[in-house]
Design a protein around this ligand. Structure first.
Ligand code: NAI
Ligand code: MG
Length: 337
């Protein structure tokens, strides 16, 4: 049955990798229709709103979104649209799998999944300046919010994910030794939830030690779960284990809506050059297809990516090749034929 999804190409390399992705998933036989919408800088320029109502309405109606990267100004300017979307649809679980695609990198055969809490922690953005001695910005303060409800549903999600995907172990990474209340609550809840999943091995680790262990010996991990900011940072680290951001997809999953995107940003340094690697968004689209029960199409796409990368002839610049986005995309389409 054909499913209509909202597609937001986004900023920078977004439109380039979105075009490539839609072409490949069509060739793979996806039964999807697209409701194209804007967000981010492009929407600000053309509709004077970085998150137009029409985009929200479309996402509300379709409940499944494929989104390219959006440029977020640092420090000043509008708040992250990504964060706004996650909040608007309560997309509480950020699922970030990383799998080795290009052999011969620092590590072989990496296959890890990070489950990041997506709605709480420091990223609630409760922050303000404190004025002193005539300096209106003498200090700044930010509040980390962890709720039992939020911690429990993300930990459950991690264990359910492990079960559903044949994974053996869940590692909860935290900083409860220093942040005894916020991180302590997250850890306590995780330990409670773990008792309901005796079939899945559970361990907890301090976040900084986890970062080191991920680099030293990533094979000791399987599924990792953590609060928002730790998950943001470690998921980029994990993307580094497999050769960079170009290969990492993310699913933002809620109870009745989901948004799929690449982990990378809008890459303004290479935007418009036609050399971006569309694999991250394409793998996100494969996660989307799994989510809407078109698993066979998703598998075909993943297999085609493996085939083309292993053939070595059409690799993009970030993979050490010379292929343009279009040449790589054409090779994927041929591999699907
Ligand atoms: P970035 O991920 O856009 O770029 C980091 C580096 O990786 C750059 O050298 C870039 O050329 C390279 N790169 C990223 N994606 C690539 C791809 N598909 N193929 C080849 N090379 C690729 O991160 P940066 O520069 O920190 O952020 C740029 C903008 O993107 C910022 O405004 C940021 O806020 C936004 N951003 C948006 C995200 C989203 O919409 N989900 C996620 C991360 C950043
Ligand atoms: Mg990030």
């Amino acid at each position: 049955m054909t499913k209509t999804i909202t597609v937001i190409p986004g900023d920078g390399i977004g439109p380039e990798v979105t075009d490539a992705t839609l072409e490949v998933i069509k060739a793979a036989g996806a039964e999807l229709e697209y409701d194209m919408q804007q967000a981010g800088l492009i929407a600000l320029e053309e509709q004077r709103n970085p998150l137009p109502q029409a985009t929200l309405d479309s996402a509300e109606k379709n409940r499944i979104v494929l989104k390219g990267p959006l440029t977020t100004p640092s420090g000043t300017g509008f708040r992250s649209i990504n964060v706004e979307m996650r909040k608007a649809f309560d997309l509480y679980s950020n699922v970030r799998p990383v799998r080795t695609l290009v052999p011969g990198g620092r590590y072989e055969d990496i296959d890890l999944v990070l489950i990041r809490e997506n709605t709480e922690g420091l990223y609630v953005g409760v922050e303000h300046y404190i004025g002193m001695h005539g300096d209106p910005r003498a200090a700044a303060e930010s509040v980390m919010i962890i709720t039992r409800f939020g911690a429990e549903r993300i930990c459950r999600y991690a264990f359910d994910y492990a079960r559903a995907n044949g994974r053996k172990k869940v590692t909860l990474a935290h900083k409860a030794n220093i942040l005894k209340y916020t991180q302590g609550l997250f850890l306590d809840v995780g330990r409670e939830v773990a008792k309901d999943y005796p079939d899945i091995e559970f361990e907890d680790r301090i976040i900084d030690a986890t970062a080191m262990q991920l680099v030293l010996d990533p094979y000791r991990f399987d599924v990792l779960v953590m609060e928002n900011m730790f998950g943001d940072i470690l998921s980029d680290l994990m993307a580094g284990l497999i050769g960079g951001l170009g290969f990492a997809p993310a699913g933002n999953i809620g109870k009745d809506a989901a948004m799929f995107e690449a982990v990378h940003g809008s890459a303004p340094d290479i935007a418009g050059q036609g050399i971006a690697n569309p694999t991250g968004l394409l793998l996100a689209a494969a996660m989307l297809l799994d989510h809407v029960e078109q698993e066979d199409v998703a598998t075909r796409i993943r297999d085609a990516i493996d085939t083309v990368i292993l053939a070595r002839t059409h690799r993009t610049v970030d993979m050490g090749g010379t292929a343009s986005t279009k040449e790589f995309t054409d090779a994927l389409v041929r591999a699907l034929a």
